[in-house]
Write a protein that binds this ligand. Structure first.
Ligand code: CA
Length: 220
């Protein structure tokens, strides 16, 4: 028994998946197809998709935001968990990757729940605010270029309602955040972001050690 968060070796990780993963076939197909891509490691872990789907259900969410779609695993996992009148506003800059996403959203029958904006996400978020959508989102997932994390977070914090949740991916960044030898821009940006969140009294905070680290910030 330990009261410290366990590091998972492959055996324990396989066990965790074997007794908890309930991955729909369409998500498994998308995950396998994405794994073949050179950037395949950018997709989230299936247990993380399941966890975020559970959060969305817990929140009773109807309107969610996603910054960084890639091939659409997280948006699909979330759309499947939303009620029939639920909506995902999804932001990405890649036509190529989101074409894979769209195909799977369609196959899963949730394409009408997902509104994809192909543009720099900061522009889309600015437009949503200009359109009067502040305080209207129940949930936001941030998983895009790390140098803009703080900017995405600040915009998302305006867009989610009080009691709404922001989830931010890759906050442990394969452990590089804790290694002072690593000083590349993305690592430094995540480190700075984590420190700012730690002090941010506008939110209740938990950093969850699922996959590559997921910070949960609940807007007060
Ligand atoms: Ca990620």
């Amino acid at each position: 028994m330990t009261n410290k968060t366990l590091g998972l070796d492959n055996q324990l990780y396989d066990y965790l998946q074997s007794v908890s993963l309930r991955e729909p076939e369409i998500l498994a197909q998308l995950r396998q197809e994405t794994a073949q891509l050179p950037m395949g490691r950018m997709q989230i872990a299936p247990e993380q998709g399941q966890f975020m789907a559970l959060l969305v259900q817990l929140l009773g969410a109807k309107k969610t935001l996603e910054v960084g779609v890639f091939t659409g695993y997280s948006s699909l996992a979330i759309a499947l968990a939303l009620p029939a009148d639920g909506k995902v506003v999804a932001c990405d800059v890649s036509e190529e990757y989101t074409a894979i996403a769209r195909r799977h959203w369609q196959q899963a029958g949730v394409a009408d729940k997902i509104e994809l904006h192909i543009a720099p996400a900061l522009e889309t978020l600015e437009q949503l605010l200009a359109d009067g959508e502040a305080n209207t989102f129940d949930f936001a997932f941030i998983d895009a270029d790390k140098r803009n994390y703080i900017n995405y977070y600040e915009q998302a914090l305006k867009l989610v309602r009080p009691g709404g949740l922001i989830a931010v991916d890759n906050v442990l960044w394969s452990g590089k955040v804790a290694d002072s030898q690593v000083q590349d821009n993305s690592t430094k940006a995540i480190r700075e972001f984590n420190q700012q969140l730690h002090q941010d009294q506008r939110v209740s905070l938990s950093m969850v050690t699922i996959a590559d680290g997921l910070t949960l910030a609940l807007k007060r």
